[in-house]
Design a binder for this molecule. Structure first.
Ligand code: TRP
Length: 334
């Protein structure tokens, strides 16, 4: 298999099965995942086990998992080249997570800011999974001898923990795990909310649906959301921190067109706000059209989709079991 025999370094990342993906996820993270496929052996995981920390209707959950899988294919993750799979279809994740639980301190988990935030938001369901969430994440990463983990700043603390746990295990038992490095994308655009451009575009944004462009939005919906985007009181198109709304629109244009801000300003610098919004909307519509088509195609063939899932889980499993054999040997598990 070309994948395993290549000497490329290994990239690993995970995404929650939220179903629909928005422009911020796409331009900030997923388009980077797509580009990384050129130079690395990439493994991308839909973390359905992590998602169980929050209760959800099971039919709705399956649907979201399929949608997320289809969306990753649609944006350009190639499941024949990279490994794209569902976390729960590879049992080694849960196995290693238990073992690593025994190498992680309560104090370390207590310090995790995401745990603190999430337990404040889910006061009625502060389950143990929420607490050990980062240990499962460490298991994900360490099973595959990952060199680099492309993630956002919000996940840095979790990655630090994965590194510490890997080093701790290696110190006791001799090197089994590769200690992974974080990979913060050099370019990745930080797209902001259309209604509150000081904040990042996010599903939890109070600005509501009008603040977010989903990759599956119809062209007219995209046009209308961008038309209503917050700008500022003056009318000059320029890129600066005191013009967050206009700058965000310029960022979107630059990112979907894959050009620099300088080039964007050369093209749009003398526009009125109305014309700017029109140009940004048309650029976004054009960029998302092929993604939407691929998404619909991938989702419409459920049998094919689930067979791709299974095949890829098998490829992941082959790597993960190799690591588990080493771990079991080190621990003296018979
Ligand atoms: N916790 C990550 C997030 O919420 C998702 C994730 C799970 C992940 N396992 C991972 C990311 C392994 C990178 C590597 O975004």
């Amino acid at each position: 298999m070309a994948w395993a025999s290549s000497n490329k370094q290994i990239i690993y990342s995970g995404i929650q099965p939220t179903g629909v993906v928005h422009l911020g996820n796409y331009l900030g993270a997923l388009s980077n995942w797509v580009h990384l496929q050129t130079d690395y052996s990439c493994i991308y995981c839909i973390v359905d086990l992590h998602a169980l920390t929050v209760r959800m209707d099971s039919a709705e959950f399956s649907k979201k998992c399929r949608e997320t899988f289809a969306m990753l294919i649609a944006v350009g993750i190639d499941p024949a080249r990279s490994i794209l799979y569902m976390q729960s279809q590879v049992a080694a994740h849960s196995e290693l997570a238990w073992i690593l639980n025994c190498y992680t301190y309560m104090g370390e988990l207590n310090r995790m800011t995401q745990y603190k935030e999430k337990s404040q938001k889910n006061e009625d369901n502060i389950n143990a999974g929420l607490f050990t969430y980062p240990v499962l994440q460490a298991a994900d990463i360490l099973l595959y001898k990952t060199n680099f983990v492309p993630i956002g700043e919000d996940q840095r603390q979790h990655l630090e923990l994965s590194r510490d746990v890997a080093e701790r295990f290696n110190n006791v038992h001799g090197g089994v795990f590769v200690v992974p490095d974080i990979l913060i994308p050099r370019i990745g655009a930080r797209i902001k909310s259309l209604q509150d451009p000081e904040k990042k575009m996010s599903k939890s944004d109070k600005g509501g649906e009008g603040s977010i462009v989903y990759l599956t939005d119809e062209p007219d919906v995209i046009r209308s959301k961008i038309k209503k985007a917050v700008t500022d009181s003056d009318s000059k198109v320029s890129y600066s921190s005191d013009k967050p709304g206009v700058s965000n629109l310029l960022d979107i244009y630059a990112a979907v067109k894959r050009i620099s801000i300088e080039e964007t300003l050369a093209a749009l610098g003398s526009c009125s706000y109305g014309a700017l919004k029109e140009a940004v909307a048309e650029a976004a519509v054009a960029a998302l059209e092929p993604i939407k088509q691929r998404y619909a195609a991938a989702l419409s063939n459920k049998i094919q989709l689930e067979s791709t899932m299974r095949t890829n889980a098998g490829r992941a499993q082959a790597i993960a079991s190799g690591t588990m054999i080493q771990v079991r040997n080190k621990l003296g598990l018979l």
